[in-house]
Design a protein around this ligand. Structure first.
Ligand code: NAD
Ligand code: WQD
Length: 341
């Protein structure tokens, strides 16, 4: 059973490739390496014993995408991770984000239709909910006006998918991720942000290892128990496993609608200070941080209602916050040791 994983050398994609291979799927990766490294393919082989087929090209190139699908006409499903994801950069360069994220999706859909490939799992985001009116936030909550061009690409993508489904045989599961963190237990794959990290956990681990001087905590005057903002952090391996469940559900014809949406979170909210405390506990290190002003565009609190995904997918996140921060720390140490050799 052959599955195309776009963005498969990236952070969430690489962990998903491992889980797919371990469940017996044959995986083909397409990635242009705009935000990842070819060496990830070797690391995947070290973990699973199987080297996934890898092709490097830009999915925003329609000729290359259709040529690829013509050769791989026996693909049974596509898990589409490939996208740009830096919120701040998307504000600076909106057209780059719209072009990359939307054109890639449309090229893939064209090729799926042309080659009768029917199953698509799409990487969406909790960012579509903005600051929800009710917490925990369920899949039925209203979509709020996007805070950034990046967030807007996820909203528009979901709309493109719904429209395409109405006029073709394609069926889609959109997975709305909350905050994926952590790394594979082997520490052979993990998150590899280019340059200065935007996200909390890579900033914490890079500060602890000495690459950054100090973590800035963005705001301690939110309406939360300790004043810092709350998120639903989910271990990337739990997230990866949900993709295997989703693609299997499609292939086994178990979908109830041709377009289904699931939240992927733990259902628990943790503050920035909770994450720092967890990191300090598992690493045995004090973290150098200071409280600064709020970051523009940040929501105060969001966590998932995961009832629907737990019941309907039969999937549940199992890893606790300490396991998430410990695996992120193990990965940071292993990666820095490797690159300094
Ligand atoms: P990532 O940057 O690590 O992985 C994305 C991969 O896609 C990279 O390897 C990149 O090189 C590749 N890529 C980008 N554009 C491409 C193109 N045009 N052609 C071919 N390859 C291309 O990001 P990630 O954290 O693994 O995120 C995966 C998906 O999940 C993205 O769609 C992202 O928007 C979504 N998502 C991520 C998060 C998060 O916090 N990490 C949260 C919600 C949703
Ligand atoms: C988490 C918390 C920050 C860095 C982003 C995207 C979202 C989704 C997931 C893709 C917040 C605080 C952070 C720092 C801090 N991605 N923080 N100091 O903003 O919840 O979500 O990634 O779809 O769309 O917006 O994640 O990790 O950046 O921040 O205090 O140096 O940590 O203010 O409260 P965020 P994050």
């Amino acid at each position: 059973m052959k599955i195309l994983v776009t963005g498969g050398t990236g952070y969430i994609g690489s962990h998903t490739v491992v889980e797919l291979q371990q469940q017996g799927f044959e995986v083909v990766i397409v990635d242009n390496l705009s935000n990842s490294q070819a060496g990830v393919v070797d690391s995947i082989k070290k973990i699973t014993g199987i080297r996934p087929h890898f092709e490097q090209f830009d999915l925003a190139n329609s000729d290359k995408t259709s040529e690829f699908f013509r050769r791989h006409y026996d693909i049974k499903g596509v898990i589409h991770f490939a996208a740009f994801k830096a919120v701040g950069e998307s504000v600076e360069k909106p057209l780059l984000y719209y072009r990359n994220n939307l054109v890639s999706l449309m090229n893939i859909l064209d090729s799926m239709i042309a080659n009768n490939v029917q199953n698509l799992v799409f990487s969406s985001s909790c960012t579509v909910y903005g600051q929800p009116d009710e917490l925990p936030v369920s899949e039925n909550a209203p979509i709020k006006k996007a805070e950034s061009p990046y967030g807007n690409t996820k909203q528009i993508s979901e709309e493109i998918l719904q429209d395409t489904i109405r006029s073709s045989k394609i069926q889609t599961i959109a997975l709305r991720y909350f905050n994926p963190i952590g790394a594979h237990e082997t520490a052979l794959i993990g998150e590899l942000p280019l340059g200065i990290p935007n996200n909390l956990v890579p900033f914490i681990t890079q500060t602890a290892i000495g690459l950054r001087q100090q973590l800035s905590v963005f705001g301690d005057n939110y309406n939360t128990p300790d004043g810092t903002a709350i998120r639903d952090y989910i271990h990337v391996v739990d997230l990866a496993k949900a993709h295997v469940v989703a693609v299997t559900r499609m292939i086994e014809d178990k979908m109830k609608e041709p377009f289904e949406v699931f939240n992927l979170g733990t259902g628990n909210g943790y503050s920035v200070l909770d994450v720092i405390k967890s990191f300090e506990k598992v690493s045995g290190q004090k973290l150098n941080y200071k409280i600064v002003d709020r970051r523009a565009g940040d929501v105060e609190k969001v966590w998932a209602d995961s009832t629907f995904s737990n019941e309907e997918l039969g999937w549940k996140a199992s890893k606790e916050l300490d396991e998430m921060t410990a695996s992120a720390w193990k990965w940071e140490k292993a990666y820095r040791a490797k690159v300094s050799q």
